[in-house]
Design a protein around this ligand. Structure first.
Ligand SMILES: *[C@@H]1O[C@H](CO)[C@@H](O)[C@H](O)[C@H]1NC(C)=O
Ligand SMILES: *[C@@H]1O[C@H](CO)[C@@H](O)[C@H](O)[C@H]1NC(C)=O
Ligand SMILES: *[C@@H]1O[C@H](CO)[C@@H](O)[C@H](O)[C@H]1NC(C)=O
Ligand SMILES: *[C@@H]1O[C@H](CO)[C@@H](O)[C@H](O)[C@H]1NC(C)=O
Length: 448
């Protein structure tokens, strides 16, 4: 059934040419679904029947949509997702099989990209999918595994893929083959950064979501998961997404509620990666760059609360201070910090850097639930268990769809911060992700 040979034969680094059994538009396969009794009806009866079927199919689809929508509003025990991103790009530091099975409810494994509307997987990602996902699935059947597609530089790849029916179909074809090849996958997470205001990209995205659902209905995958990683800033989200269409076709969105401040030439100040609320120094549009504003924007614009999964970072951002004596939030900065790469620091790197400074100054901004530290000219916005707990409690109090963590790889795998008592077995640890989990699970809230 699965054309392993064809796909295996492709050279790593080349897009997978997908040819497997694409016949969902084949009229013969459609006809097979009609009840046999209809075949021998008179012409009139056939006509009536066709209309009746059309009605049934249409209302069935609407009902599907409505029941999907209503699902989120049922006052049942609130399912709390804990969606974790896992990158295979440093699979040496963290193997999928080292992720505890009781940590995350969903793991987005990536990063897959698009090449001319065809899914493209690098060799390490393929190896993890081939080699580890089935073992992980067998050990932890309750955890959903999704393929993470897109990422930071995916704007033009997606724009090209959604632009017309032929390209979207090309994508669906490669997706179909990929889900057959890696049966441990439960679905996909589309991380298009970001649909623009031009070329009707918002409508094309909605159309893509619809077509993926249609295709999965044809393939009898009613439980396949479709999520979207979405932008937090209103200025992007307003043009990029139609939340009501997302309600109809996506299971949930992963709101990237971070990167609100980092060093840029046009914003040369220190700032917090993921402030819960606006800070007193945030002027005009900067006052919208926080978790609370963003969450309300999505809710006010019609996304069902149960579909809103709010992302929290485990990584931080480093800055170089203009003056070591001016180390408040909003202080002048002259560049990325020395810690990490391009100002992006894993939690282990943050604590390793901090240990190198003679006397790092640790601060906590209670207004925004965010710690930061400075030493000499280095300034780092990061998260610790207190800030993560504060933000998770906020998300929980609004009864949203759960928490997303970006990423497992950037949590304090090495326990360099000593947030956890050392276990001594050298296994990676996840102090921040564990903290999220502890709060989501507290007070009898059910994990999905
Ligand atoms: C991209 O894919 C389309 C549709 O399959 C095909 O017609 C076209 O030749 C491809 N272009 C390139 C540059 O590969
Ligand atoms: C995965 O592949 C590597 C190298 O190809 C191999 O050494 C390892 O044993 C495999 N692991 C599993 C769980 O199959
Ligand atoms: C959170 O956001 C809402 C909507 O923008 C706003 O009305 C509210 O004042 C904010 N809360 C705080 C504490 O800033
Ligand atoms: C988080 O950081 C702040 C500031 O350093 C500190 O007061 C707080 O105790 C830290 N939380 C934990 C759990 O270490």
């Amino acid at each position: 059934m699965v054309h392993y040979s064809k796909i295996e034969d492709t050279v790593p680094g080349k897009p997978i040419a997908m040819t497997a059994n694409w016949n969902s538009d084949d009229p013969a396969s459609q006809n097979r679904r009609l009840p046999r009794t209809l075949v021998c009806c008179s012409a009139l009866l056939s006509l009536i029947t066709v209309i009746a079927i059309a009605v049934v199919v249409c209302t069935g689809q609407q009902k599907g949509a409505v029941s999907r929508a209503a699902e989120g509003q049922k006052p049942r025990a609130v399912p709390k997702r804990l969606v974790c991103y896992y990158s295979t790009s440093d699979a040496d530091a963290l193997r999928l099989l080292d992720v505890p099975g009781d940590l995350c409810t969903h793991i987005n494994i990536g990063l897959a990209s698009l090449d001319n509307a065809t899914l493209w997987l690098g060799p390490r990602l393929r190896q993890v999918l081939q080699n580890e996902t089935l073992a992980f699935r067998a050990a932890h059947p309750q955890v959903k595994l999704l393929l993470w597609i897109g990422g930071a530089d995916s704007g033009s790849q997606f724009a090209r893929m959604v632009a017309n029916h032929a390209m979207r179909k090309q994508f669906l074809r490669s997706l179909k083959a990929l889900l057959r090849l890696y049966p441990a996958l439960d679905g996909i997470d589309l991380d298009w950064e970001f649909p623009s205001a031009y070329e009707k990209e918002r409508q094309h995205l909605s159309q893509l979501l619809y077509e993926i659902r249609q295709e999965w209905r044809r393939e009898r995958r009613p439980n396949a998961l479709l999520s979207l990683a979405v932008a937090a800033p209103e200025g992007i989200a307003f043009y990029a997404y139609d939340p009501r269409q997302i309600n109809l076709y996506a299971d949930y969105v992963n709101l990237m509620a971070y990167d609100f401040h980092f060093y840029r030439e046009d914003t040369p100040f220190t700032g917090l990666n993921a402030p819960l609320y606006a800070h007193a120094t945030d002027m005009s549009i900067m006052a919208t760059f926080n978790i609370n504003y963003t969450v309300h924007w999505w809710l006010q614009n019609g996304l069902e609360p149960q579909r809103l999964v709010v992302g929290l970072p485990t990584y931080g951002h480093s800055f170089t201070l203009v003056s070591p004596w001016n180390h408040r939030i909003g202080a002048p900065a002259s560049g990325y910090g020395k810690c990490g790469q391009y100002g992006f620091t894993t939690l282990s790197q943050t604590c390793e850097c901090a240990a190198r400074y003679l006397k790092p100054l640790y601060s906590y901004d209670t207004e925004t639930c965010s710690p930061y530290l400075s030493g000499l000219q280095e300034w780092i916005s990061y998260e610790n268990q207190t800030s993560i707990a504060c933000k998770t409690n906020y998300i929980k109090s609004l009864n949203l769809g759960g928490v997303m963590v970006f990423s497992l790889n950037t949590d304090d795998l090495k326990n360099s911060c000593r947030f956890l008592a050392t276990s001594g077995d050298n296994k990676p640890v996840f102090p921040l992700t564990q903290a999220v989990k502890g709060i989501l699970q507290g007070e009898g809230t059910q994990m999905l």
